[in-house]
Design a protein around this ligand. Sequence first.
Ligand SMILES: *Cc1c(COP(=O)(O)O)cnc(C)c1O
Length: 462
Amino acid sequence: MSDNPFRKLPSVTQVLHAAPVVELGTEYAHEQVVSAIRDELASLRKRLAAGDSPDGAVSADSVAVAAVLRLRQAVRPKLRRVINATGIVLHTNLGRAPMAEEAARAAYEAAHGYLNLELDLETGKRSSRQVAIREWVCRLTGAESATAVNNNAAATVIVLRALCQGKEVIVSRGQLIEIGGSFRIPEIMAVSGATLHEVGTTNITRLSDYARAISPNTGALMQVHTSNYRVSGFTKSVALADLVELGKKHKLPVIDDVGSGALLDFARFGFSGEPVVPRSVAAGVDVVLFSGDKLLGGPQAGIIAGRMELIQKIEKDPLMRTYRLDKMTLAALEATLRLYLNEERALREVPALRMLSTAADQLRPRAEALAERLRQVPGVSVRVADDVAYVGGGSLPDQAMPTVVLEVEATGLSDDEFARRLRSQTPALMGRLRDGKLVLDLRTVFPEQEPQLVDAIRQATT
Ligand SMILES: *Cc1c(COP(=O)(O)O)cnc(C)c1O
């Protein structure tokens, strides 16, 4: 067989010397490159064996081009940038709060070099890494002291362990929440070594329910914000001030897990019912806990603020070491907190605050202009429509924000397929489905990402 098609295939060495592979330089290890070439040749052999005639594909150069593509695909990072067009500001699957430029830069610099993580530059002596955030949290919340751990779930465990191990913690039945990702108050309580003492019913808990449950074995009274659900209708819960008074009377600490960590009142943006951290402190709570990456708009962290004596006890717990924050997160958290020292600045620079405070009418001109650009992409139809969106991240579940979206359709593509293709772009583009239609909500899209958004749609439809 003189025209054996397999003979036409280049050798591995020939492909290694082809320009597209040579141009890779030292980016990939030799073995990675060889393995990609072998895989590409094997797949060509398979096609030839099946009677295919991939004529153009068998030159050394074209095998090299295909092998390079294969190589890039094989080692593509698993964590990739996403343009969040879901309109969900705190999207847990997309990393919750995007950080302020200042905070991201602080994390970068901490990562990139050395810093005085546990060193007092004045005295040259060892110090605590918590110094970086303690003063700022105290200034912003009015608390006596503060410390921070990896997330609010960790904060809950360490607080209960350090303050209430072997004791009972009284919680209302209406507050035995489950936050996504298997954070359940009864289970958290169990791992901490404290015993849950439930009082009241799902919809009604009175101060007398707490009072009756207090015994010599009580370690604390705890309030948990029902972040991701609301009990409505005939309901009654105990005012924080009353719980504090009861705690004082029995010399029991009151722990308040507020969840989202709003440092300012979100009522100004039209959201109601979200606890404000400084208000908890002012009400006399002994320890308040909140997340760093929800409404605070910073990195993933759990902040514990409260009475100095209790914070010291928490910091001395041996488990504290396993929950401590790394230098990048601490730097980003400090930078985020410092922005709040000037509220105007926080509103301008913390992306989550900016996105949540954007009115639908401010989104409309952006949506119209973008729709105009997208109409020039062949095969794409676009309509600007009114819609509603949610904050996400287990915050304010019952409060819809009016928003403006782009309904996009691609000729010949189902919405699922269109959405899949958009997700496979670089950066990936994520919209949301509304009545089976793909919509893009610009609230969570940074203006500088708009050209990339247009590109992603263009790529996905060609
Ligand atoms: C979100 C939330 C948590 C868990 O916080 P993470 O920072 O996600 O660990 C705990 N308690 C409440 C009330 C919450 O809303």
